[in-house]
Write a protein that binds this ligand. Structure first.
Ligand code: NCD
Length: 310
């Protein structure tokens, strides 16, 4: 297959396995390019992309911007903190005004689940979801899965445990969809209060014991506790969370095998990961960041190919 089955990247849920494979094959080429002395290609020279971030972000925003620039797209950036959203403008009005300036693609991060699906139905531009509230974060899952494929050769039959705040995590949901599409075995681990009620329907089971989870898995993807999304206390204290679910060198040394440690960032050192683990050779956290640029280049390139006349 040489093109995506979708016109927008709204969530992993809407992708076919062949879409994910096409994105990875395309990312392989872009990864070679960004490791050359001349890191830029002219592929999106005629495309204008607006990055609309209604929520804080470091990695995702910079990664998209770099991916766009490496593809030679024209790029404009918008952060809601310094915009007319503060004056009461709706999302649709903001976006339609931006599109009137002849923008072809929108990369949207928004606190409301479903914001990018809503935009895709109401505006005439390709939409890439860069994280919509607690719903999905498709490019993060693609870069995570790509990094597993790179490190372990293939994803099929690998055992991945996602640890931490599954309830509030769009990274967890998108990873579950993506890994399962490629035939991996996925489980989650963390306090029951941070597990969504619909885990069963996702085909995922839950470990409440960290050691058992680590003994089971080949790869641990460790999440941040999303305090900004928690309206009530889901556990007694961060110290207690860290004692029960924090990964340190001691617990890794107690296993009879080596496991790969992943984290989408930002890390809360000393809470979910100790510094010696975050900085160890088991961690592929910075490889994930590097792969993020190549994977986002692939997504933007493939979606731009669907713009009429391009
Ligand atoms: C994640 C996010 O924003 O959803 N980070 C990221 O995109 N790199 C996870 C998080 O904020 O903990």
């Amino acid at each position: 297959m040489s093109n995506l089955s979708v016109d927008h990247l709204l969530g992993i849920k809407y992708l076919k396995k062949s879409d994910v494979e096409l994105i990875f094959k395309t990312a392989d080429n872009f990864k070679k390019i960004i490791n050359q002395p001349i890191k830029k290609v002219p592929s999106l020279r005629d495309i204008t992309i607006a990055n609309l971030f209604f929520e804080d972000s470091t990695r995702t925003k910079l990664s998209f911007e770099l991916a766009e620039k490496r593809l030679s797209a024209d790029v404009i950036n918008f952060a809601s903190g310094s915009s007319s959203v503060k004056k009461g403008e709706t999302l649709l009005d903001t976006v339609n005004n931006i599109l009137a300036m002849k923008v072809d693609m929108i990369v949207l991060r928004h606190p409301n689940p479903g914001a990018s699906v809503f935009l895709s139905r109401n505006v005439d531009a390709k939409i890439v979801n860069a994280g919509d509230g607690t719903h999905e974060h498709p490019t993060q899952a693609l870069l995570d899965t790509y990094s597993i494929r790179e490190k372990h050769g293939e994803v099929r039959d690998k055992r991945i445990v996602i640890i931490g705040d599954i309830l509030h995590s769009r990274v967890a949901l998108s990873n579950i969809y993506c890994l399962q599409k490629l035939g991996a075995k996925v489980k989650v681990c963390g306090p029951s209060s941070l597990m969504p009620k619909h885990l069963d329907s996702l085909g995922v089971t839950h470990f409440s014991n960290l050691k058992k989870a680590l003994e089971w898995c080949d790869i641990a993807n460790v999440l941040r506790i999303q305090l900004e999304r928690q309206d009530v206390n889901y556990f007694p204290s961060l110290r207690e969370y860290s004692m029960l679910y924090g990964i340190d060198k001691k617990i890794l040394d107690s296993l009879n095998k080596e496991i790969t440690i992943m984290h989408p960032g930002p890390i809360n050192r000393g809470v979910e990961l100790s510094s010696d683990v975050a900085d160890s050779k088991h961690a592929i956290i910075l490889d994930q960041v590097e792969n993020g640029v190549a994977v986002r280049m692939a997504v933007l390139f493939l979606l731009a190919g669907k713009i009429q006349g391009n």
